[in-house]
Ligand binder design. Structure first.
Ligand code: ZN
Length: 279
């Protein structure tokens, strides 16, 4: 019984530790064997007891079950193995998430609760949430980085860097939408805190989704309007000096894929049961 608790089939120590325990048990079991082996061999009952014990120890090493010889594995065992394998895979995935890779803001926020994030029953990630989570979207900093705009400035409050975090946490233009969000998820709007607050919390998830949709829609509309104005301006300049517009126009260019297109980031951040959003 003690050995079963020390060496459970699911989880528990690795193979080398299991072999060490088995070696210790066998040393105790076979102490003085040359003296009593002959007598034991002559008694079937004692011999069976010895075999039974050795079999139990062997099972602990190979994570086997007492029923493994000729008895089918039950559905319960299959379920347990599936859960165990999935957890092991998620742990391994978590270990491989390299903090030096790009996208650390998103990875760093989801990593501490990766298993809960993947296991969440409801709440899909829609296009607007993806933009806020990844920073890839209608933000001055991102549009500047991919050379769709010349400035990283926020057009809604004149902050010098319009980022996803600025939009979520600071930009005064979204104070009303933010008040609704804070009422549900709390005042800490750092991305790890928001992820923690909304994972496994339907109300929190809805509030975050609603904030992202309302704000990103307005940002995109404003960006479209600026493009229209800019296009008219450039067309007027072309008419006078034959110049060429410096970059392509249209939301699909300005906002990295457009509202209907799924960005690559959406694939891995979708929940187990898929999304309820635009994708
Ligand atoms: Zn702003």
């Amino acid at each position: 019984m003690s050995l079963c608790r020390l060496l459970p089939n699911l989880g528990g120590p690795e193979g080398s530790v299991r072999r060490l325990y088995a070696g210790t048990v066998h040393s105790m079991l076979l102490y003085g064997a040359p003296v009593w082996a002959e007598k034991l061999d002559a008694t079937r009952r004692a011999k069976n007891a010895m075999h039974q014990l050795q079999r139990r120890v062997a099972n602990r090493i190979c994570r086997g079950y007492r029923t493994r010889a000729g008895v089918p594995v039950t559905d319960g065992v299959r379920r347990a193995l599936r859960v165990h394998t999935r957890r092991a895979l998620i742990r391994e995935w978590n270990k491989r998430l390299d903090p030096r890779l790009p996208g650390q803001r998103t990875v760093g926020a989801i990593q501490p609760c990766l298993e809960e994030w993947l296991d969440r029953a409801g709440g899909g990630v829609n296009y607007d949430m993806t933009q806020v989570l990844t920073g890839h979207g209608c933000f001055g900093e991102y549009l500047g980085r991919i050379q769709k705009k010349r400035t990283t400035r926020c057009h809604h409050c004149s902050h010098e860097r319009d980022t996803a975090q600025h939009t979520l946490e600071e930009c005064v233009a979204w104070a009303g939408e933010r008040t609704e969000l804070v009422a549900v998820v709390g005042r800490d709007l750092s991305l790890p805190a928001v992820i923690r607050a909304v994972t496994g919390n339907d109300d929190g998830w809805k509030a975050f989704s609603s904030f992202c949709s309302k704000v990103m829609l307005q940002k995109e509309e404003a960006e479209k309007e600026r493009e229209r104005t800019g296009q008219r301006q450039r067309e007027m300049e072309q008419d006078t000096d034959g110049g060429v517009p410096p970059w392509p126009l249209g939301r699909e260019h300005a906002c990295g894929g457009g509202r209907r297109g799924a960005s690559p980031q959406q694939i891995w951040i979708r929940g187990r049961r898929g999304g309820d959003g635009d994708t």
